[in-house]
Every structure is written in structure tokens, then in C-alpha cells.
Design a protein around this ligand. Sequence first.
Ligand code: ADP
Ligand code: MG
Length: 293
Amino acid sequence: MLKLKLDNIRKTYDSGEVVTALKGVSIGFRENELVSILGPSGCGKTTLLNIIGGLDQYDNGDMIINDVSTKEFKNSDWDAYRNRSIGFVFQSYNLIAHQTVLQNVEIAMTLSGVSASERNRRARQALIEVGLADQMKKKPNQLSGGQMQRVAIARALVNDPDIILADEPTGALDSHTSVQVMDILKEVAKTRLVIMVTHNGELAEEYSDRIIRILDGEVQSDSNPATETNAEKASKPSSEKQKFKKTSMSLFTATSLSFKNLLTKRGRTIITALYSQIHFQAFQSPSTQVNKL
Ligand code: ADP
Ligand code: MG
């Protein structure tokens, strides 16, 4: 069984000018592999990642998760999928400036229904795993870029998702710290599916199990395609399928991390009111979105 399958996914944006960001993308992903997505700016990489993460909706085609079609998914199904199955890592870290490293990781569990003491324990554990045991009380601005990205990885891991999505995680890092981040992602991919968008072809070649090149909204090449027949056999029994636990967390709360960032930067409470129009763009590009407000 494939962990995730994109079947002829199409996505068009129409904000004045019509842009077809994805023109029928079909890709299968195995349960654990480190997949790098390469391609020039504007070719649809972030759109692809956001669709996989349930942050954006496809127009046509299907996304099949654990052998279950998402065509009939309700909002509550998407919420459960995002909250339980997906961890995001962004190029710009998206850490909350006025909170400590530990709090930045704890906050990812605020809505998972775990007690404060359990949140604290799990956050500490995740930070130890990314090598930040001695940095927990610091604020993000006291850390290097590589350390900030490791906090973001700890935050993505702390709810124990099956899939980690990383959008240019080393884009703002020098080569030395990029390697540290890649080492961690490589380790993470031993037990999870990690899909990483990158501009760095060398790092991708060195670390990935598989490289997919995208050009102009289409898959140009795939170094190790996964099909139903060559994917590893499912390790989970079929009764496990489609058991995304329902949660009360809405997309609003799921995206609140990035909103808190915006609020910190601008002190603008009106952002919350504009939430419904901007939440997807805020995820993709907080800095450009701020300019529009
Ligand atoms: P990449 O991440 O590869 O740079 P994107 O997925 O961000 O590319 O964008 C693909 C295309 O879709 C681009 O032409 C971009 O301008 C357009 N696009 C992406 N997001 C939006 C959006 N929210 N609204 C309108 N156009 C968008
Ligand atoms: Mg992008």
C-alpha cells in the first residue's frame, strides 16, 4: 500500500489572472522515504506541498491517503488529517518571537488534548532529539538559523505525525547548518514519509531516497517512482485505515502559529478578522501577505 497517492491533481488560482499551478500531477509516496521536490520558482512546489498537507484544496483529481480517497472528505476529516498526520516545516521557521524555545514546541500540542505536564515532557523530548537540550529557555532570536529550524522540526514532530512536509527548510541556512538539518530529516524519514521542497540540488542528491523534478506544474522526472505493486507492503492492518481521530481543532487554530507570527511582527489584531480570506497565503508567504494588509 502507498502512504499517499496523488492522482491527476489539478489546481488553478484565479485572482484576476488565471494561473494553473498544477496540471495533472500523479505521484505515489511510500510510508517511509525522504523525497525531494526540485524545480524552478513558480513551478508549483509549494502548491503541491500545501495540497498534500490539506492546507489547500485540489480542483480536480484525487488524493488518496492510506488507501482512502479524499474526494468526500468533510472539513472535520481535513482537520483530523492536518492535526494528526502532518507536520510542517517552513523556510522561515515560523517561530513565535516572544516565547521560549520550549513554549514554541509545547504550543503545537495545545489543541491535542494532552495535559500541560505531558506537553512539557514531550516538548523536552523532541528538543533533545534535535540536539537542543541546552537551548530550551532561550528565545528564538538568541539562536542561530540552524537552531531555529531544529526547533521548528521538533515542533513538527511533537504530535508524532506520519508525514513531514518541509518547504525549503534549508533555504535560509548556510551549507554547514543545512547539513545538520538534513541529517535530522534523514533520521526522521527512517520512520516517516518526509517530503521536502528544495532549491539545493546537491543536498537533495546527497540525502534523498528519491528526487522528483517539477516543471511548469507537471512532473518532469521521478528517480524512484512508487506504484502499488512496487511499494512496500502495508504494515498496518486494514482496520487502521481511515482512522483519523476527530478533533475539535479547526483550521483556524491549526494555522494560528503563523498568525501569531504576523501579530507579533505587526501588532495588528485585524488579521484575525481577515483570516478566512488570507489563511492559505499566510502559510505560503507570510512576508508578502503582510504587505497586502
Ligand atoms: P513554487 O513554490 O514552485 O515557487 P508556487 O506553488 O508557490 O510555486 O506557485 C505556482 C504558481 O501558482 C505561481 O505562478 C504562483 O504565482 C501561483 N500561485 C500560488 N499560490 C497562489 C495563490 N494563493 N493565488 C494566486 N496564485 C498563486
Ligand atoms: Mg514555493
